[in-house]
Write a protein that binds this ligand. Structure first.
Ligand SMILES: C[S@@+](CC[C@H](N)C(=O)[O-])C[C@H]1O[C@@H](n2cnc3c(N)ncnc32)[C@H](O)[C@@H]1O
Length: 291
């Protein structure tokens, strides 16, 4: 009786040890699988993507899911940029490194074997993608949260759903056209902004209320009690422009406002054409952070 109890305990203990060992070994031997299979972007499409992004030697191009490294290698070789390729598949990383050496750009291109969702992308000035629609949408909060306003994003074939592209083009392919989409990461401008300017008739106080959906902006501007909708609003990176018929400058029509967004301030010029003369003022708005 005692012997069979001992035997049972021994069997249970051994099974538990085996089960733990199997879990640990499987856990180590199976790194996370790629979220999308490797399919290379044709070289002539790579060139159009980098051209659309306006890549220059001042850029740092990150290809998230870099495959054989062709995007970042082309960015370094033909556009003079620095490149960082990120891929989760070790075989792709090896290919990328070997291809960079062959192309003579190993000193300007780096490959990271990582999950692109966990990669630090803050230094990128250009991001390139060839993933899947759902991965682009999953990546959106990271792109908008980590990248500096003005960073360009280019995607082969796939959109970002309701983050509409700033530009798009079709590149002819062997069987069909390749769609290429381009976005500029917008600054955060939502909220209420206040400033005042000194005009020949006294101090004018402005309050700008902005609503934002990615780079699409609208809102109202009020000065001295009157409130009007803003028109022609554009937000490209940290450059905000709009116009409004308001204030003493507006006697002859719309006043054009242009400014650069830096955190909770906007600094720029407001301009009104009246006949042949031009009236201009600097403006510096502060976001109302107490709302
Ligand atoms: C469609 S290929 C694009 C390759 C390259 N960007 C191009 O345009 O030629 C997608 C690449 O993403 C990689 N990948 C998939 N999921 C990933 C992840 N979570 N993190 C990093 N790379 C990933 C795959 O291994 C594959 O090489």
């Amino acid at each position: 009786m005692k012997a069979s109890k001992l035997h049972l305990r021994w069997v249970l203990g051994l099974s538990l040890t085996l089960a733990i060992t199997v879990v640990v070994v499987i856990g180590q031997a199976q790194p996370r699988k790629p979220d999308v299979h490797y399919v290379p972007t044709p070289y002539h499409v790579v060139a159009e993507m980098l051209r659309l992004a306006g890549v220059t030697p001042n850029d740092v191009v990150y290809d998230l899911g870099s495959g054989d490294g062709r995007v970042v290698i082309t960015a370094a070789k033909d556009f003079g940029a620095r490149g960082v390729g990120v891929d989760i598949d070790p075989q792709r990383i090896q290919e990328g490194r070997a291809n960079a050496r062959k192309a003579g750009v190993a000193d300007r291109v780096q490959f990271l074997q990582q999950d692109l969702f966990e990669t630090d992308i803050r230094e990128a000035t250009v991001i390139t993608l060839y993933l899947l629609p759902k991965l682009n949408v999953q990546l959106r909060p990271k792109l908008l949260g980590e990248l500096r306003p003005g960073t360009r994003v280019v995607s082969h074939t796939f959109t970002m759903e309701d983050w509409h592209p700033d530009k798009e083009l079709r590149v002819p392919g062997s069987s069909s056209d390749h769609a290429v989409y381009y976005w500029v990461v917008p600054a955060d401008v939502a909220g209420i902004w206040r400033w005042s300017v000194l005009t020949p008739t006294g101090e004018e106080r402005y309050r700008l209320r902005l609503h934002q959906r990615f780079q699409e902006v609208d809102g109202t501007l009020s000065a001295d009690g009157a409130e009007v909708p803003i028109a022609n609003a554009t937000l490209t990176g940290d450059h905000l422009r709009f116009s409004a018929a308001i204030g003493t400058l507006a006697r002859q029509g719309l006043v054009a406002f242009a400014g650069r967004v830096i955190g909770d301030t906007i600094q720029g010029r407001m301009t009104a054409h009246s006949g042949v003369s031009l009236a201009q003022h600097d403006w510096m708005a502060h976001r109302d952070t107490a709302q």
